[in-house]
Design a protein around this ligand. Structure first.
Ligand SMILES: Nc1ncnc2c1ncn2[C@@H]1O[C@H](COP(=O)(O)OP(=O)(O)OP(=O)(O)O)[C@@H](O)[C@H]1O
Ligand SMILES: [Mg+2]
Length: 267
């Protein structure tokens, strides 16, 4: 029994590693010059988690537009106080595209900085800049946004070929989603149910379906609840690991399905 389990999870691991390789290849081609913006009307529901993993899975540049320390930059081990230059702020000043920072097992990153809070451009010029950078890089961009409405989030939304919104099946979360969908009518949106318990609440599932139908937005594959995620300390993305463990296999499988949906909707 143990042997069979080990053999089948090894086979699944090989399959998933191959799938991730293929997704990155497709992402590099089909998402070049496209902008994916990850945003939500409610904080703390998985934007940063999704943005980091999707950027890796689609071989896109992760553009961090969240200046708080709970952001992707910090999660990936970038401490802003250890660097004298801030590529994002320099780029706003000079108009030249920032050079993404490369490091292993992480997506290429344009890190954010606390000063971006007061230095962010107005939505329209920022949208133009982001579009211009993705063209200059000839790469896809996954932008992670600050919770709550800000000029930079509006700018990233304006530049987006696809808006990815994690959605938690809770009453207030769905109220917030409804408000956001009203404001974003006409934008291409992919909702990604996240943090889904083993038995998803039926009424909230129905409400999500109805909201998606009413506002004509897509619902992607869901991501389950993984209690260990909250306290994970590794400063790398899960899907970039050279091998997957029994613990990470299920979340990698779900994330590859979401990345596939993003490719279909954005490309
Ligand atoms: N499916 C999930 N299961 C369990 N934990 C999750 C899940 N998705 C995200 N988390 C965890 O929840 C916490 C908040 O997630 P994350 O930082 O991605 O949210 P956020 O929407 O970016 O928050 P903020 O609005 O503050 O930027 C993190 O610790 C993350 O690892
Ligand atoms: Mg975040």
């Amino acid at each position: 029994m143990t042997d069979m389990t080990t053999t089948s999870s090894l086979a699944e691991q090989d399959q998933l590693l191959e799938l991730v390789r293929l997704l990155r290849e497709k992402g590099a081609h089909r998402l070049a010059r496209k902008v994916i913006t990850v945003m939500s009307a409610k904080g703390g529901i998985g934007k940063t988690f999704l943005a980091m993993e999707l950027a890796w899975l689609l071989a896109a540049v992760l553009l961090d537009l969240d200046w708080d320390d709970g952001n992707a930059s910090r999660a990936l081990g970038h401490h802003h106080d250890r660097f004298t230059r801030v590529p994002l702020l320099d780029a706003l000043e000079t108009g030249k595209a920032p050079r993404p920072k490369r490091s292993s097992h992480r997506p290429d990153l344009v890190p954010c900085h606390p000063d971006f809070a007061v230095n962010q451009p107005e939505p329209e010029p920022l949208a133009k800049l982001i579009t211009g950078w993705s063209q200059e890089w000839d790469r896809g961009v996954v932008a992670d946004t600050h919770p709550g409405g800000s000029d930079s989030t509006l700018g990233a939304v304006g530049a987006a070929d696809l808006i990815v919104m994690p959605v938690v099946l809770g009453t207030r979360e769905l109220n917030a989603l409804e408000g956001a969908l009203k404001e974003l009518v006409g934008y291409p949106i992919l909702l990604v149910p996240n943090w889904i318990p083993p038995t998803p609440p039926a009424a909230e599932r129905k409400r999500l379906r109805e909201l998606a139908d009413t506002y004509g937005v897509a619902v992607g594959p869901m991501i389950s609840t993984y209690s260990w995620l909250r306290t994970r300390k590794l400063r790398t993305v899960i899907t970039a690991a050279p091998t997957y463990s029994k613990r990470t296999l299920p979340v990698v499988r779900e994330l590859t399905a979401v990345a596939g949906a993003v490719l279909d909707h954005a490309a």
